[in-house]
Design a protein around this ligand. Structure first.
Ligand code: SF4
Length: 382
């Protein structure tokens, strides 16, 4: 029997080309009747005898036992800026009823249909990662006011240890069969003298992964073409921050990188920063975790530690200024045991931690207001 189990009725997220392939594959064995879609222009459409429904409707279908399971296909895992799997569990799906269809189940033509179906498994067994961020520098040369990572407090030449990071990356390679994107980030990665070594080993370990370097571009202005040859050699794409205050600098950099053939993307203009934390640390950690939209957008690696979000990294820098007294430092130490599985990663990171109580979040659950509650100011948007 396949990992889908004895269930019959399935809904799939979202309506796109890869999902059409998956529907064709599953239809021979299962009743695939619904496609869940957040684009309301598609709701009610009936492509190939399927019905396109809203996400909320999928919850109703599940609660009313009109569907047994849902399938999240490769790279369809975000909804409204948050992790779709976390969203489904938050509002009522059982872990065992959320399945994941990996890349090969959709695209590997060398496999039989049966083998492709057998690759579909419960989501928390997923061994593919869409995005890994590896932080290689605590230090930054711009030192923005309100930096959400507090890198201005980290001092100069504060870098991740290359040898530790290398062993950790090798371990990550043994856990995940596929990683779509790796972002080398910081702080400012170009300050780290080992940057080209990081690019070399990441390309060696993950030959097919898209590799990006997130940079503010300041160091790049003074570099010569030879200094940047490793970017071409290891097929790296730069993501350059755009601070309009540095008038004209980004245009010159863009021309220079184009001339050298270095692939790059300029990010949206940065006029403001968001504030993410409240150092009073009074939030209920379970409530913060429940409402959290930031966890598992990507995994974050710093040396041998994995995080489900940037908060542990940021608050460690913040603690150089303000003692936050975080007692439970729960992150995942990749070196703690010999063999680490994707399930281990999920289990150790998918839980609230002491860090959550510092996360400022303005979200509250929807409820009707009763007449007698109207005079209580905490029931209003304050
Ligand atoms: S610390 Fe907790 S609440 Fe904050 S972003 Fe991470 S998982 Fe979410």
């Amino acid at each position: 029997m396949s990992n889908i189990g004895a269930c019959k009725r399935i809904a799939i997220f979202f309506y796109n080309e890869k999902v059409k392939r998956l529907v064709e594959l599953l239809r021979n064995t299962y009743e695939v009747e619904y496609i869940a879609e957040d684009n309301h222009f598609l709701w009610g459409k009936k492509p190939n005898q399927l019905t396109v429904v809203s996400i909320a409707k999928v919850f109703q279908l599940y609660i009313n036992k009109k569907i047994d399971k849902v399938v999240i296909p490769w790279k369809n895992s975000m909804i409204q800026g948050q992790n779709l799997y976390c969203y489904l569990l938050k509002y009522g799906f059982e872990e065992s009823d959320v399945l994941y269809a990996p890349y090969r189940s959709i695209f590997d033509k060398n496999l039989s249909d049966k083998d492709r179906i057998n690759l579909i498994n419960i989501y928390n067994m997923k061994d593919e990662l869409e995005c890994l961020d590896i932080i290689i520098s605590n230090s930054c040369d711009i030192k923005c006011k309100n930096c959400s990572l507090f890198t201005g407090l980290a001092g100069d030449n504060n870098f991740a240890d290359f040898e530790i990071s290398k062993v950790a990356l090798r371990k990550i390679k043994s856990i995940y069969s596929r990683i779509d994107e790796i972002h080398i980030t910081g702080g400012e990665p170009f300050l780290n003298p080992d940057l080209s070594k990081y690019c070399r080993i990441i390309r060696e370990f993950f030959p097919k992964t898209k590799i990006f370097i997130d940079t503010n571009g300041v160091v790049l202005k003074t570099l010569q073409m030879d200094d940047c040859s490793f970017l071409l050699q290891y097929d790296i794409v730069l993501k350059v921050a755009y601070f309009p205050e540095y008038d004209g600098a980004i245009d010159k950099l863009h021309i220079k990188l184009d001339r050298w053939g270095i692939r790059h993307q300029i990010r949206h203009e940065k006029y403001y920063f968001e504030k993410y934390y409240d150092f009073a640390g009074k939030r209920d950690i379970n409530d913060a975790f429940f409402h959290c939209k930031k966890r598992f957008r990507k995994l974050v690696l710093y040396e041998n530690e994995l995080f489900p979000c940037y908060t542990p990294f940021a608050l460690r820098n913040a603690e150089r200024l303000i003692p936050l007294q975080i007692s439970d430092k729960s992150t995942m130490d990749l070196f703690e045991k010999q063999n680490v599985s994707n399930k281990d990663v999920w289990q150790s990171l998918n839980k609230s931690s002491e860090y959550c109580r510092f996360c400022y979040d303005s979200l509250v659950s929807w409820k009707n207001l009763k007449d007698e509650e109207k005079r209580d100011k905490k029931n209003w948007s304050v």
